[in-house]
Design a protein around this ligand. Structure first.
Ligand code: 4AD
Ligand code: MG
Length: 437
């Protein structure tokens, strides 16, 4: 095949579509080797990485010297060359270089291809994002979020953006971030749920997807102070209905990641068969049975408490797919949950526990629709009743049974990517002891 001389500006991921064409890639140098008359550049452009081979006879002397000697790690470069099939290359293709232009020769790059401590890397998060595993995780996050929006759009949900400044707590008062709001104070949203309940009465099926804030004083691998949550809310839906919605959504979104992000999962050395197995229906276990199981295992657990991380891990070990734990005691859950009419000390709620020890990724429930019950709960939780006036209006004007849930994006991604800590699953993590960069 003769070479086509037009230069095509392309993304590296599209190399396979340009065999034998002359292309131009705008990117950065990831790595470099040099052997006699050959220099091998590993170039990344954000879409993918590829090898660009420079043969001394094909380029000017200056360009060869640049490629063999001068280019430093992370120098910004524009590479022109011909796309050649190469079975050994990750994309099946590489570039035979005709010319390289250095846009900037990078100073000595602080992140070297060796082990660095996490603290060091977190301080260099603005650069660490360029490393291949971090890059792969952000690509997976992108696909997961797009799949999330597609799923809810295709299922007739309306996206309703919830406010971030709020006058009150939704998930309890212990982890609220207070901010000055002119002469007054406000709180950063812990959850968009209460607003979604209002919107569900207007639109039927709604969701919000955005950042939420909790001043968690816990330094665990599952906690961020700023995390993203998808919160669907459905009018006329029962607890059972939203468990079905949740399992269909999670299996769809995981399926999309498996379909579209295979190379990224491979970079992370993720066992993809484990993810291929994530298909609805998921398992269902009552809180009472979960407690029985923990007691049988000899775990120190007191009936009535919420499940802790070690409890969730012990339970998830029995399952190859996520498991719903439903009907926790009302006493350990939020004020807005509906009581089970058959056992009023239990709430019509469910948490979804991810496999492989990743713990709770979803919290959801049917919402209490009895106004007197809600007033009692608001008082019990010592919440300021006057601020919930608007919320209680929803129980006065055409109240219907309704349910919803919240899925933590980073918790879910840490499971999908099988990374130990949620902090790598968000571009710029906010933790109790980190707000830089
Ligand atoms: O169980 P939670 O607190 O539920 C709610 O906020 C409900 N209002 C949601 C709803 O029904 N609309 O939080 C939901 C999920 C958790 O299961 C977890 O995945 C995630 O949000 N999450 C966190 N993720 C990272 N860091 C934290 N500090 C988190 N707290 C909760
Ligand atoms: Mg929860």
């Amino acid at each position: 095949m003769s070479d086509d001389l037009t230069i095509h500006d392309i993304l590296i991921k599209d190399l396979p579509k340009h065999e034998a064409k002359t292309v131009r890639i705008k990117g950065w140098l990831y790595n470099r080797r040099h052997k006699g008359k050959l220099a091998f550049l590993v170039v990344r452009d954000g879409s993918q990485m590829c090898q660009a081979t420079v043969f001394k006879g094909d380029v000017t002397e200056e360009v060869f010297e640049l490629c063999a000697q001068k280019l430093t790690q992370e120098s910004s470069i524009i590479v022109e060359g011909v796309v050649r099939a190469d079975q050994r290359a990750p994309l099946g293709f590489e570039i035979s270089v005709k010319n390289v232009v250095a846009v900037q020769i990078a100073q000595e790059y602080p992140i070297q291809p060796k082990e660095h401590g996490v603290d060091f890397l977190m301080n260099k998060r603005h650069l660490w994002l360029r490393s291949s595993k971090q890059w792969a995780m952000m690509q997976i996050r992108n696909e997961f979020l797009k799949a999330t929006r597609d799923f809810f759009y295709d299922n007739d949900f309306t996206c309703i953006d919830a406010p971030i400044f709020t006058p009150s707590a939704c998930e309890g008062t212990t982890n609220l971030f207070e901010v000055t709001y002119f002469e007054d104070k406000a709180y950063l949203s812990q959850s968009g749920q209460l607003y979604m309940e209002a919107a569900a009465m207007a639109m039927g099926k709604v969701y919000c997807l955005g950042p939420t804030f909790r001043s968690e004083k816990s330094k665990t691998r599952r906690h961020l102070t700023e995390f993203w949550m998808i919160e669907p809310e459905v009018a006329y839906a029962t607890l059972d209905d939203i468990m079905v919605l949740a399992e269909n959504y999670v299996s769809y979104a995981v399926g999309r990641v498996v379909e579209k992000c295979r190379p990224h999962l491979e970079i992370l050395e993720r066992d993809i068969t484990k993810l291929e197995n994530i298909k609805a229906p998921f398992y269902r276990l009552s809180y009472d049975d979960a407690v029985k199981y923990l007691k049988e295992k000899g775990m120190p657990f007191e009936y009535g408490n919420d499940l802790g991380a070690p409890d969730e891990t012990a339970i998830s070990e029995n399952y190859d797919r996520p498991v719903f734990i439903h009907r926790y005691p009302t006493a350990c859950k939020a004020f807005y949950m509906a009581p089970d009419p058959e056992k009023p000390h239990l709430a019509l709620c469910a948490d979804l526990i991810a496999p492989e020890g990743y713990g709770e990724i979803i919290g959801g429930s049917q919402r209490a629709d009895d106004i007197d019950y809600l007033l009692k709960k608001i008082a019990e939780h010592k919440l300021p009743a006057e601020i919930f006036d608007w919320y209680l209006d929803l129980r006065k004007y055409g109240s219907v049974p309704h349910s919803g849930f919240g899925l933590g994006i980073e918790r879910t991604l840490s499971w999908i990517c099988k990374v130990p800590h949620v902090r790598e699953c968000i571009p710029f993590p906010r933790l109790m002891e980190r707000i830089y960069p």
